[in-house]
Design a protein around this ligand. Structure first.
Ligand code: GDP
Length: 446
C-alpha cells in the first residue's frame, strides 16, 4: 500500500486525539508533534512541516472555538487542508485528447522506472480507448530496446525502435512519423537516461525534443530519493519544458511523502504515481483522494464515483442507508462476501473501502482468500436467522460456537477466527455511521 507507514502514523495521531475527553492545547500539540514526526520520517522538508504546523495552529484557535463547535472535526479538516496544500502539484501543461495525435516524451534518470512507466502510461490509456504507440529512442542503455519491445508486445501496443541505429533523434522522428501514419493518437517516446544528471543527457533530451516537438514532456522520478527530488525536478525543468511528473516506486519507500511534497514545491504537476512493477500498478494522482486515504478517511470521491458508476440507480439509496446506519450484522457480512466473490458491482464498490478487501483479499493471494471467504460462508450457513441479523457478537456463546463448528464441519478455532474478522470489518463499517458521504471532491463533511 502506498505510504502505508506514514498514513498509519498520522491516523494513529488523529485517533489518539479523538480518544481524549477534552481537546485542549496540550492534546492538539501532542497530535501535531506526532504528525510532524511522521512527516519528517517520510523525509518531508523541515520547512514545509514547520509551516504546516504553524498554519494549523493559526486556523485552530482553541480559545476562539465556541462551545458546541466540533473541535475534532475542525482540527482534522485543517490537517487535511494543509496536507493537500503541501502536496498540491498543480495542473499539467497539456492533456492529450483522444482521436487527435499527441506526442508525449518521457525523460528521467536511468533506473528511475522510465521505461516501465512508458508502458504503464500507454496501457492505462489503451484501456480507456486510446490508440497508443511506443517509440524507443533510448540508444544509451543496452537492453532498453528489448525491454520496451517486450512490454509493448505484452500489452499489444505498436512499437517502434531499432537495434542498429545509434542516433536517438533519427529513431524518434521516424517512430513518430510511422505511428502517425498508423493513426495512433498517443505517441510515447522513451528517451535515454543516465546514471546522474549530466550535460550529455540534457543535450540529447533537447535534441529529441526539438526534432519531435512533443505536446507534453513527462519527467519520471524515483520516490526513494525523498526530498532530494526538489533539486532533481528543478534541474530537469530548467533543461526541458517538463509539463508533468510521474513519481515511481511509491509502493516500497518510506520517503515517498518527501518526494511528493518536494516535487509539489517545484510547482511541477504530478499526474500519476507508480505503485509496483506490474503494468497496472499505476494510479492517477489526485491530491484530495490521496490525502483522505492517507488519513484513513477512505477514498470518498472515488468511492462515490464507483457507486454511481456500477450500482444500479434503484439500489443506491438502500446501499447508502445501510452504510450510514453503521450496524454491521453477520448477514451484511455474508452478503458482502457473496458480492466480493462475484466481484459484481457492489463487490467492486466494497473493494474500495479502506481495509475492507485489502486485508481480506490481498493482491496475489486471491485464491487463498476466496477459499477462506467460502469457509466463513459455510460456517455462517450453520447460524440461525437471529444470529445473522444481530450486530452483537456477544450473542454467540461458547456453546453456540461449538455448534456452528459441528454444523459446518469446521474447527471451533476457525469459527473464532471468523468472528475476529467480523469484528474487524464491523469496526471499519461503523466508522461510516452518521457520515454525510460527500459529493465528489468535497471533503467538508468528513
Ligand atoms: P529506467 O532505467 O528508468 O528505464 O527504469 P526501468 O523502467 O528499467 O525500471 C527500473 C526498475 O524499477 C525495474 O526493475 C522496474 O521493474 C522497477 N520499477 C519501475 N517502476 C516501479 C514501481 O512503481 N514500483 C516498483 N516497486 N518498482 C518499479
Amino acid at each position: 500500500m502506498v505510504l502505508a507507514e506514514l498514513g498509519t502514523s498520522i491516523s494513529r495521531a488523529l485517533q489518539q486525539m479523538s480518544n481524549a475527553t477534552i481537546i485542549d492545547e496540550k492534546v492538539l500539540n501532542e497530535c501535531l508533534n506526532e504528525i510532524t514526526r511522521a512527516l519528517l520520517q517520510a523525509d518531508v522538508q523541515f520547512k514545509l512541516v514547520r509551516d504546516m504546523q504553524t498554519n494549523i495552529k493559526k486556523i485552530v484557535n482553541l480559545d476562539d472555538l465556541a462551545a458546541g463547535h466540533n473541535k475534532r472535526r475542525i482540527i482534522q479538516q485543517a490537517i487535511f487542508n494543509e496536507l493537500c496544500k503541501m502536496l498540491d502539484p498543480g495542473k499539467p501543461s497539456f492533456t492529450p485528447k483522444k482521436g487527435k495525435p499527441s506526442i508525449v516524451m518521457f525523460v528521467g534518470l536511468q533506473g528511475s522506472g522510465k521505461t516501465t512507466t512508458c508502458t504503464k502510461y500507454a496501457y492505462y490509456h489503451q484501456k480507456k480507448g486510446w490508440k497508443p504507440a511506443l517509440v524507443c529512442a533510448d540508444t544509451f542503455r543496452a537492453g532498453a530496446f528489448d525491454q520496451l519491445k517486450q512490454n509493448a508486445a505484452k500489452a499489444k501496443i505498436p512499437f517502434y525502435g531499432s537495434y542498429t541505429e545509434s542516433d536517438p533523434v533519427k529513431i524518434a522522428v521516424e517512430g513518430v512519423e510511422r505511428s502517425k501514419k498508423e493513426n495512433c493518437d498517443l505517441i510515447i517516446v522513451d528517451t535515454s537516461g543516465r546514471h546522474k544528471q549530466e550535460a550529455a543527457l540534457f543535450e540529447e533530451m533537447r535534441q529529441v525534443s526539438e526534432a519531435t516537438k512533443p505536446d507534453l514532456v513527462i519527467f519520471v522520478m524515483d520516490s526513494s530519493i525523498g526530498q532530494a527530488a526538489f533539486d532533481q525536478a528543478q534541474a530537469f525543468k530548467q533543461s526541458v519544458a517538463v509539463g508533468a511528473v510521474i513519481v515511481t516506486k511509491m509502493d516500497g519507500h518510506a520517503k515517498g511523502g518527501g518526494a511528493l511534497s518536494a516535487v509539489a514545491a517545484t510547482k511541477s504537476p504530478v499526474i500519476f504515481i507508480g505503485t509496483g512493477e506490474h503494468m497496472d500498478d499505476f494510479q492517477v494522482f489526485d491530491v484530495k483522494p490521496f490525502v483522505s486515504r492517507l488519513l484513513g478517511m477512505g477514498d470518498w470521491s472515488g468511492f462515490m464515483d464507483k457507486i454511481h458508476e456500477v450500482v444500479p440507480m434503484d439500489q443506491q439509496p438502500e446501499l447508502l442507508q445501510k452504510l450510514t446506519e453503521g450496524n454491521f450484522s453477520l448477514r451484511i457480512m455474508y452478503e458482502q462476501f457473496q458480492n466480493l466473490l462475484k466481484m459484481g458491482p457492489i463487490g467492486q464498490v466494497f473493494s474500495m473501502l479502506p481495509g475492507f478487501s485489502a486485508e481480506l483479499m490481498p493482491k496475489g493471494h486471491e485464491k487463498e482468500s476466496q477459499a477462506k471467504i467460502k469457509r466463513y460462508m459455510t460456517m455462517m450457513d450453520s447460524m440461525t436467522n437471529e444470529e445473522l441479523d444481530s450486530s452483537n457478537p456477544k450473542l454467540i456463546t461458547e456453546s453456540r460456537m461449538m455448534r456452528i463448528a459441528r454444523g459446518s464441519g469446521r474447527q471451533k478455532k476457525e469459527v473464532e477466527e471468523m468472528f475476529e474478522e467480523y469484528k474487524r470489518l464491523a469496526k471499519i463499517w461503523s466508522k461510516m455511521k452518521g457520515l454525510k458521504i460527500p459529493k465528489k471532491g468535497d471533503m467538508s463533511a468528513l
